[in-house]
Design a binder for this molecule. Sequence first.
Ligand SMILES: Nc1ncnc2c1ncn2[C@@H]1O[C@H](C[S@+](CC[C@H]([NH3+])C(=O)[O-])CC(=O)[O-])[C@@H](O)[C@H]1O
Ligand SMILES: O=C(O)C(=O)Cc1ccccc1
Length: 243
Amino acid sequence: MNSQQDKIYAHAADQITDFQFDQRVAGVFNDMIRRSVPGYAQIINTLGDFAHRFVTPNSNVYDLGSSLGSATLSIRRQIEGRDCQIFAIDNSQSMIDRCKENLTAYVSDTQVNLLCADIRDINIENASMVVLNFTLQFLPVNDRNALIKRIYEGLLPGGVLVISEKLFFEDTQIQTLLDEQHLDFKRANGYSELEISQKRSALENVMRPDSLTIHQQRLNDNGFSHFSVWFQCFNFASMVAIK
Ligand SMILES: Nc1ncnc2c1ncn2[C@@H]1O[C@H](C[S@+](CC[C@H]([NH3+])C(=O)[O-])CC(=O)[O-])[C@@H](O)[C@H]1O
Ligand SMILES: O=C(O)C(=O)Cc1ccccc1
């Protein structure tokens, strides 16, 4: 998947505006997410493995906040011949446009319905797998429970929900430690102090990480029978919940 190098925050801006998934971000997103999220490539690969294990014939798969389609592509490769449909949904038209190009670059017999829509508005039904790969953290805090509830209702028994997120830690010493480790990861990937601090300001109002306790409680409250963190690197984790 092609991507320009992310230099969005490389020059000092007079004013930092809220982070948006616009055309500029879509153009560098592959580079941005790989250099910013520890474990991203492994999570994408494992989503394919989970799909192979959980996706049942004639069911639906939902990739909510699909961006450039990395999760959808990984899943699609693993479910050929099962007569499934994937619904890849994002409310950024720039992401959708680029995602379409990425999806058509490979041949597949699995139908992908790529929709520019708000994930709070879509119908979820007959699902054997739902993915929220670093998307829930961008939803207003008060809208998160209703989405998890609709996902639970749309999942088939035994269906899986995978949620990957940046986590917040109540323990301030741990929060500081893991946040610093994440910043070191970004530095090691070539981001300058200016890039790191300007992006941090841009994300402040739009990305609100929950604690692991909140995630687990919300999944439990909505009926999920099984829950575990299956991956964690610093303050980034991926969780699995089974209906
Ligand atoms: N309410 C919403 N409705 C629809 N889309 C939304 C909404 N809010 C945000 N988005 C979309 O969710 C995506 C979040 S990125 C996901 C990475 C991808 N999953 C990946 O596996 O590469 C994560 C990140 O950048 O850290 C963006 O494309 C938004 O436009
Ligand atoms: O870059 C960061 O600091 C992050 O927390 C992750 C991220 C990755 C891509 C877009 C927005 C946030």
